[in-house]
Ligand binder design. Structure first.
Ligand code: PSU
Ligand code: MG
Length: 230
């Protein structure tokens, strides 16, 4: 595979750096089931990675819930506020963020979350997250008009690095088909670590598919290699 050299790195949060997908999936499954409906893998693939407002709209439509998207969002937010307090990062996430920081590779966060849920999720990871050059909180950022799968969030994220890199200079880490589509649409290479068993046609757009962040070899993209500790 032919990978191109990059200079900047953009991370997605849920399902990529943070092990929050199974909690979000459980919350949505519970809400949908409480109305006697089913949250299918097909519906989930459409939902994962979207801003919470879109999540609500898509879930209500795809599963046929007898409530409005706003009503869903209220229940969803209440559950997230309780259940996303102590979510751990994935193995390799902190190491990778620190590695780039100490080698002077600029990194940023591009999450579909709202400020409300990001504050809850990031509470115990402040020190690490301060290593990002900046954080784009798509669900609450007025400049991000269209959420993933639209490319807006990644283009805006790239434009907020001081040296304003071209999209081709940015490497994105994502777990969701919507995020991969957004990154590719922005003209960026994307490493996908799928957070679910998605159908092959939902992963084959990615530049590289890995099972874990720990498998990532930065030198493939012209970035400083990690020290291998045996
Ligand atoms: O099973 C899931 N349902 C919904 C989401 C949505 O995706 C957003 C996370 O986006 P990101 O991966 O860009 O941080 C969450 O706020 C949530 O609404 C998700 O990740 N997983
Ligand atoms: Mg994600």
């Amino acid at each position: 595979m032919d990978f191109k050299k990059v200079t900047h790195v953009i991370f997605d949060l849920d399902g990529t750096l943070m092990d929050s997908e199974k909690i979000l999936n459980k919350i949505i499954t519970d809400i949908v089931q409480s109305y006697g409906k089913k949250y299918t893998p097909e519906a989930r693939a459409k939902v994962v990675g979207t801003p919470e407002k879109d999540t609500a709209r898509i879930v209500v439509k795809e599963t046929g819930l007898p409530i409005t998207a706003d009503q869903f969002l209220q229940i969803y937010n209440e559950r997230m506020a309780k259940e996303l307090q102590n979510v751990p990062l994935f193995p390799g996430a902190a190491e990778l963020i620190k590695h780039f920081y100490y080698h002077g590779v600029p990194t940023a966060l591009a999450t579909s979350s709202s400020k409300f849920t990001l504050n809850i999720k990031a509470k115990h990871h402040q020190k690490l997250f301060s290593l990002f050059n900046h954080q784009v909180v798509g669900g609450s950022d007025p400049e991000v008009k269209y959420g993933k799968p639209a490319p807006d969030i990644f283009l805006i994220c790239a434009s907020r690095f001081e040296d304003n890199p071209k999209p081709q200079q940015c490497l994105v880490f994502e777990d969701a088909p919507n995020g991969v589509k957004a990154a590719k649409g922005a003209g960026m290479q994307v490493v996908m670590i799928p957070s679910n068993k998605f159908a092959p046609e939902l992963t084959n757009q990615a530049t590289l598919v890995l099972n874990s962040l720990q498998e990532f070899r930065p030198e493939l993209f012209g970035l400083p290699p990690m020290k291998i500790i045996n």
